[in-house]
Each structure stands twice: as C-alpha cells, then as structure tokens.
Design a protein around this ligand. Structure first.
Ligand code: GAR
Length: 203
C-alpha cells in the first residue's frame, strides 16, 4: 500500500476528501501522516479525530531550509511515498522538492497559470474571467508552477461572491485531487517537458 503524507495549514477539507476516498477504498493508499505548520489548524484536529498520525511543526522563526529539513525528516520517519499539499500555505525549498522527485502534488483554486498565489478566487472574480477552476500539479521550487496533472473548469455566475465561487471550486477540488493521486500512484503517466500524459491503457 502506497503511503501519503498530507501537508496543510488550515481547514483541511481537501485532506478530508482524500481521507474519505481512502476510507471507502476507492483510493488505494494509506495516510501515513498529516503535518501542519500551524498547531491550531482545523485539519490537524480532524486528522487526530480520525485516528491518523497528526504532527505540528511550527515554522515561526525558522529558516526555510531548516524548516523544510524538519518536515522531510518527519515524512521519511513516516515512510511516505507521495506528499500532498492540501492548503499548505508555504513555499517549499528546492532541497525539499529534490528530496521527493515527482512526488509532491499541490492543489490550487484557479486554472493555472492564471491567478497563482494567494486569494486565487478573488483574483479571478476581480479580473472578470468567465471561467475559472482548479488545478492539481507537481510541485517545483516556484510558486504554483510545476507540470499540470488535472484541471477542472468552473464557470462564474453574475451574482458570485468570493464565498459562492470558492464553494463551487472546492467541490471540484475534492473530486480531482483524489483522481490525480490515483493516477500518480499507479505510475500511469509520463512527463514530456511540462506536459503530463496519461498512458493509453489508463485513460
Ligand atoms: C483550497 O481552496 C486550496 O486549493 C487552496 O487553499 C484551500 C485550502 O482549503 N490552496 C491554495 O490557495 C494554495 N496556493 P482546505 O484547507 O479546506 O483544503
């Protein structure tokens, strides 16, 4: 069974969606550890309630390299095969990315490369786009930038607020994150340049 390490900073609804898929058996993996840089993160409490290993590693006052080293050590202690960022609001160092080559995924609430960074839904609304969505991608050392695995489109409605739009995007996030994890764990993809391609037998 492949082992997942989840990194989160807050609410943890993407983590919960992954945990539900694992619990129902539709995602054949185990959640080895949930790590947060914020000890008060709701996602960490939810992980504990579910009986999962939940570890708080506060980042305050630590250099990026030092902090990332602590997280790498915990992920290795937990024998993690794939790292899933689920609302983890920190940029990872190049040495973190090198420690898990093609083994770190992130979910972002826009159709990248549009609207990277914070408040992606607000950025989309203010820009006036008619379609936004969400993206699961491999993580490199740049912000919201690595090769794209899956995307889902979400049309905007005239009356949308940041909250209503975020809620519709979140539904799609919960759906595509597990799908992308399934694909990566089954090794049924190859990467050419920036393009992630699914092997024909798995389409
Ligand atoms: C999600 O919308 C996720 O896409 C976003 O934070 C939220 C976390 O929600 N991530 C980013 O913006 C990363 N740049 P959750 O804690 O309920 O999963």
């Amino acid at each position: 069974m492949k082992r997942l390490g989840i990194l989160l900073s807050g609410r943890g609804s993407n983590f919960e969606a992954i945990a539900d898929q694992v619990a129902s058996g539709s995602l054949k993996a185990a959640i080895a550890v949930v790590i947060s840089n914020r000890s008060e993160a709701r996602g960490l409490a939810v992980a504990r309630e579910r009986g999962l290993k939940a570890v708080s590693i506060p980042s305050k006052g630590l250099d990026r390299e030092v902090y990332d080293r602590l997280v790498i050590e915990e992920l290795n202690r937990s024998a993690v095969d794939l790292v899933c960022l689920a609302g983890f609001m920190r940029l990872l160092s190049a040495s973190f990315v090198r420690a898990f080559p093609q083994r770190v995924l992130n979910i972002h609430p826009s159709l990248l490369p549009a609207f990277p960074g914070l408040d992606a839904q607000k950025q989309a609304l203010e820009h006036g786009v008619k379609i936004t969505g969400c993206t699961v991608h491999f993580v490199d050392e740049y912000l919201d930038a690595g090769p794209i695995i899956l995307q889902a489109a979400v049309p905007l409605k005239d009356g949308d607020t940041v909250e209503s739009l975020s809620a519709r995007i979140l539904q799609e996030e919960h759906r595509i994150y597990s799908e992308a994890i399934r694909m990566v764990l089954s090794d049924s993809f190859r990467i050419e340049g920036r393009r992630v391609m699914v092997e024909p037998q798995h389409r």
